[in-house]
Structure formats: C-alpha cells, structure tokens
Design a protein around this ligand. Sequence first.
Ligand code: NAD
Length: 363
Amino acid sequence: MTRYRLQLRHPSGVTPIHVGDGVLSDDSSQLEDWVLDRRVFVISSPTVLGLHARVLAPLSERAATWNVLEVPEGEDAKSLEVAGSLWEAILEAGGKRDSRILAFGGGSVGDLAGFVAGSYMRGIDYAQVPTTLLAQVDAAIGGKTAINLTKAKNSVGLFHHPQRVVADTRLLRTLPREELRSGLMEVLKMAILSDGELFVALERDLEGLLSGDAATLSPVVAAAAEGKISIVERDPTERNERMLLNLGHTLGHALEAGLDYRLLRHGEAVGYGLLFAVRLAEKRGLSADTAGRIRQLVDRFELPKLPALEVDTLIEFMGRDKKIDEGGWRWVLPTELGSCEVVSDLAREEVEQALQAFLTELS
Ligand SMILES: NC(=O)c1ccc[n+]([C@@H]2O[C@H](COP(=O)([O-])OP(=O)(O)OC[C@H]3O[C@@H](n4cnc5c(N)ncnc54)[C@H](O)[C@@H]3O)[C@@H](O)[C@H]2O)c1
C-alpha cells in the first residue's frame, strides 16, 4: 500500500503530513510518540466517535490521561459557547501548557480544536486526524483555525499549525457520498489551480473516488494536499498567492450564506462558484475547450439543484466576505488547466449581469 509523506514548512516550524490507506494504524506518523505520557484531549463529534473511536485505542494506551470531549456535529461546533465549554473542561481535567489536543473529525472539528488549542494558555500543541475528504485535502492543512460569529462565518480565529496531520483515507469509507462530493470539489479546485495531471485523474477516476475507495482516493488526496502545501508555503498568512485558493469561493461563500449554511454543503457551493468563475474567465480568453472540460466534469458531480436566489442578495453577501478588502472584489479565474489569475478590474455591473444570466440558466 502506498503511503505519502509530505511536509509543510511554515513560520513556526514544519508539520509532517501523512496520507494513505491505513496510515493511522501503522504509526509511520509517530503519533504514538507524540502522545506518550501526555495529558491528551481528543475533540470529536458523535458520528465520528461512533464509527471510528476504536482506531485511537492504541494511542490512548500511551497517553498519561485520555479525555474525549464531544462537540456538536458540523458548523454548530464552531461557536464561542462550545469553545468556552472546551477551555473549561480542559482546565477542569488538569490541562497544562504541555497537554495535547487531538482533532478527530471533519473540518468543523479541526477548525474548532485548532482555535481552542491556539488560545488555551496562549497556545498548546495539537494534531489533526481529519476524517472527511474536505478536511484531508484542505481544512487540516495550512494552520487556519476559526469559530463563527452569528452573522459571519470563520470571523474569529488565528493561525496555529498542527504538529502533525494524519490523513487516513480508510476513514473515508463511512463518509456519505454527498460529503465525498463536497471534498472532491475542493480537489477539482486544486486541479484547476495548479495541477493539470490531477484534473485528468479526476476525469478518469471520478466514480471510484465518489464511492470512497481508499486505494483510488489516496494518490488524489496526496496530490491535492501537495498543491495546497506549495501555495501555503509561498504565502503562509494569505497576503497574496494564497488568495488563489479562493477559486470558486467568492460566489460559493455568498451561496452558502444566502442559503443560511443549511441547504448546500461547502463543496457543493464551491462547485457552482467554479462554474461561475469559468463563465467570467471565458470572457477574458479561457478557451472554449477548457471551459467545456471543466463544465463536463462538474456536471458529473450531479450537484443538488440550486434554490431560487436574488442577484442582489448574493451581491450583498459577496460584499460582506472578509476576503474582500478596501481594494474591492478580486476574482480568481482560470486561464488554462493548472493555472489561474487574480483579477481585480471586473466592473460590478459586468458581474451582476453575468450572475443574472447564470442564475437564469440554472433555474
Ligand atoms: N481551516 C481551513 O483552512 C478550512 C478550509 C476549508 C474548510 N474549512 C472548514 O471546514 C468545515 C467543513 O468541514 P467538512 O466538510 O469536513 O464538514 P464537517 O466537519 O461539518 O463534517 C460533516 C459531517 O460529516 C461527519 N463525518 C466526519 N467524518 C466522517 C466519517 N469518516 N464518516 C462519516 N461521517 C463523518 C461529521 O460528524 C459531520 O456530521 C467548515 O466549517 C469550513 O469553514 C476550513
């Protein structure tokens, strides 16, 4: 079985990232050493614990103490109340500066656990064991942590890199197809951004990937993770190049917010965002052939139908996106497969018209 050993160099050190089918149980990741004789706090969701808690049993035997802290499913975990209850529980159970937090779950659990680890006693060490595809290829990598405010997602957070990331693709077997689809859309984003070969692999293997087959998923997870690593290494705090990762997210975030974060998964919203970016890019010279290949691949994901939405509502949510600064809107648009540009000279009217036409075609 192929295992992939990657690493992310960042301002506070190096994070080893292990990817593969069964990589958690063979301990090539040395997580057992990382927990040895420490007070360990595992943060996880009921679903993940119900399905996979036993894979952590060997680790629990090495720790000095092992506390499992359960948090709500999905976005409900990323609140100040939940973070506060975790700080209190960790303190109550004797958590010290050398204690360790293990994030065991999807991106929601990872974002919350990283935030709690980054702020508890001014920062303690944590590791990520991501259990969704989206978290394995994206959320667990790069050191961004966050909780949500009532009206603004991910608005409070800090950069705090995990000491290890162990992405075991075997854990993805239990992931519902819709969650796999959501994660694969981030893989597709990465392929359009920086890896034409990855795009071809998606065209070839999409069905196997959507079925959660660990052997098919492993090289694709590793390639997407490598893509993210190389962009984050060049721009760790999102001052310039890391903005490329926003491909498909300008409209994607507005769709999620416009639908109250309930009707579309993150990757599904990004799928519509990618289609819209292709539309804008075609007007600036993206070839019809490349645009067609991207559209055909997104079609094969069979995204859920988009409910009726007003252009004005979406434009307003786009204006609130925290990635828009005083300089105005910036769009990430594909120029060819494996390459994108950041564009800031699109007139608002042009975007409004294109969005109206896009929504009309979809209805
Ligand atoms: N920090 C970053 O750089 C970054 C990047 C992208 C996304 N995110 C964040 O990630 C979050 C989304 O993460 P997500 O898509 O992983 O969703 P999620 O964490 O909300 O998980 C979705 C559901 O899948 C369940 N689940 C997790 N693993 C499972 C498994 N192996 N089998 C069956 N069910 C499983 C979870 O319990 C949950 O109910 C968002 O909050 C987003 O803001 C962060």
